[in-house]
Design a protein. Structure first.
Length: 255
């Protein structure tokens, strides 16, 4: 699998874009920076978007992606998430108030957008990829995603504080090539991280102690808050024993 970083921060400035990743040009993971990072031609190649949860920094470009798709007359875009996420998108986002309901506006061969519910802990086929959502701990119902293709797995941890169920699934994987994990706040903002259910370098280290994969497994870190970036990077540099890699805009990986 080829992984491309479209956005990897927990906030936005001219040098920071919010969470969004692209697998093999056709499968997006979260939508914080799809249309701001991709050309119209690249957007049209996306067939499905996995949405971890309905917070704005993870869904906002669904609006402009659907709008562009409709104007292009492209194929139907599948928006994939656990039931709570899909319900939130239906009720609060594509609701003909905040944004048009593109599930009722046709594009090329059907509706511009189609909602696809996937169930926690159950494998689903998403355009040829095996996807398993796993619930994690955040302020709203949120899922991580295990994504497998051609006997290769990657894990996207979503937004989460300390959690347990994810590690049971991750430790059972025999073909894991990369683990993507959030880290948002510096250790000195532990109370803010606790209330918002995000990780600090210290709590990230505690989570990675639950991981039984080899130390050389790439741990790809995202969601650092721009305000605290320097402090978080300094604290991450002090962690030892894991192959930590800080994601940057436009990074690409072949996994």
């Amino acid at each position: 699998m080829q992984l491309r970083v479209l956005g990897c921060h927990g906030g936005e400035t001219p040098k920071h874009r919010t969470s969004s990743f692209l697998v093999d040009d056709s499968l997006a993971i979260d939508a914080g920076a799809i249309t701001s990072a991709l050309s119209l031609e690249e957007q049209e190649r996306i067939r499905s978007v996995l949405v971890s949860h309905p917070h704005m920094d993870h869904i906002r470009d669904l609006a402009t992606l659907a709008d562009n798709r409709c104007q292009q007359g492209g194929s139907t875009l599948d928006i994939v998430g656990i039931p709570a996420t899909i319900e939130a998108l239906r009720r609060h986002f594509f609701n003909d108030v905040i944004w048009p309901d593109f599930t009722r506006i046709d594009a090329k061969d059907g509706p511009t957008v189609r909602f696809v519910e996937v169930q926690p802990n159950r494998s689903a086929d998403v355009d040829g990829y095996e996807v398993v959502p796993v619930l994690v701990n955040h302020t709203v119902d949120t899922s991580a995603f295990i994504i497998r293709h051609h006997a290769t797995s990657i894990v996207y941890g979503g937004d989460t504080g300390p959690t347990e169920e994810l590690w049971r699934h991750v430790n059972a994987l025999g073909d894991l090539q990369a683990l993507m994990m959030e880290v948002s706040f510096p250790n000195g903002e532990a109370e803010l991280a606790r209330k918002s259910q995000h990780l600090t370098p210290e709590t990230l280290a505690g989570e990675l102690d639950k991981l039984r994969h080899p130390d050389e497994l790439p741990i790809l870190l995202y969601h650092i808050k721009p305000t605290f970036e320097a402090r978080v990077l300094k604290e991450l540099a002090e962690l030892r024993g894991r192959n930590l890699q800080i994601l940057r805009l436009d990074d690409e990986f072949l996994l």
